[in-house]
Design a protein around this ligand. Structure first.
Ligand code: BGC
Length: 245
């Protein structure tokens, strides 16, 4: 079965048609900037535009979204407009697009893809924490292959705020931190996750996972820390997969 997966991030929106049996992208991957402000109206227009470009009118769409999403309703808005809090995004998009739509948290989506088609394939009997280091920090916890949804581990309190303000990739960029200084914060974060959950593995996803070699030497965490395998496509693949449930 082929469906459209759209990964909405705080900075960019990516979409592609996905073959659900193999977890691979079919044809073109379309990328656009997330509109600012990222309100329900502006995000809806971007999604419509994506569907037009990929000629996917009236066909099912799975969406990963950077918010707590419970039964299709958003309940947080750290890096998107606060108009999203309490917004029934799934129903809204189903009406506007006239098709079946499933919306889930973006990190949960990417984690599901990684567990099904990436490194997670060999970790189905383990406790795995998958995190994405991007504009924010997203997380997905899996115990024996089962997801605990909407975990939001980037929002654990740290210093004067939350960890995503110190250990995300955007924190590194915004503060102009070198790999070593940033890795110090990331190391505290990963150690904290390890103490709280005793995972067997922490998998790091998001764009900065490609540069793991640059900060790996500064990490000193008791559990295994590895990069995810599907890299930037995990979000698109997992978003498409959300339509299976
Ligand atoms: C949001 C999460 C999201 C993560 C990655 C965080 O700011 O609260 O819901 O998964 O960013 O996009």
């Amino acid at each position: 079965m082929e469906v459209l997966g759209i990964d909405v991030g705080a900075t960019g929106i990516k979409g592609s048609i996905v073959d659900l049996s193999t977890g691979t992208l079919i044809g073109e991957k379309v990328k656009m900037k997330t509109p600012s402000p990222a309100t329900p109206d502006s995000i809806t227009s971007s999604i419509k535009q994506m569907i037009d470009v990929l000629q996917w009118t009236d066909k099912p769409v799975g969406i990963g979204f950077p918010s707590i999403v419970k039964e299709g309703v958003c309940w947080s808005a750290s890096n998107i407009d606060t108009e999203f809090i309490g917004f029934p995004i799934q129903d809204h998009l189903e009406k506007v697009l006239n098709t079946k739509v499933k919306v889930v948290n973006d990190a949960d989506a990417a984690g599901i893809a990684e567990m099904t088609f990436g490194k997670g394939k060999t970790l189905s009997d383990k406790l795995v924490i998958f995190i994405t280091l991007g504009t924010g920090i997203g997380s997905a916890i899996f115990y024996k292959g089962v997801l605990v949804p909407n975990s939001e581990l980037g929002h654990l309190f740290y210093k004067k705020s939350v960890f995503e303000k110190y250990a995300s990739n955007s924190a590194r960029e915004l503060k102009g931190l070198g790999w070593k200084s940033w890795a110090k914060e990331l190391n505290v974060y990963l150690q904290h996750l390890n103490h709280l959950f005793s995972p067997d593995v922490i998998l790091i996803g998001g764009g900065v996972s490609k540069q793991f070699d640059k900060y790996k030497p500064y990490l000193n965490v008791e559990c295994m820390v590895e990069t995810a395998q599907l890299l930037n496509d995990a979000g698109i693949i997992g978003s498409a997969m959300s339509l299976r449930s």
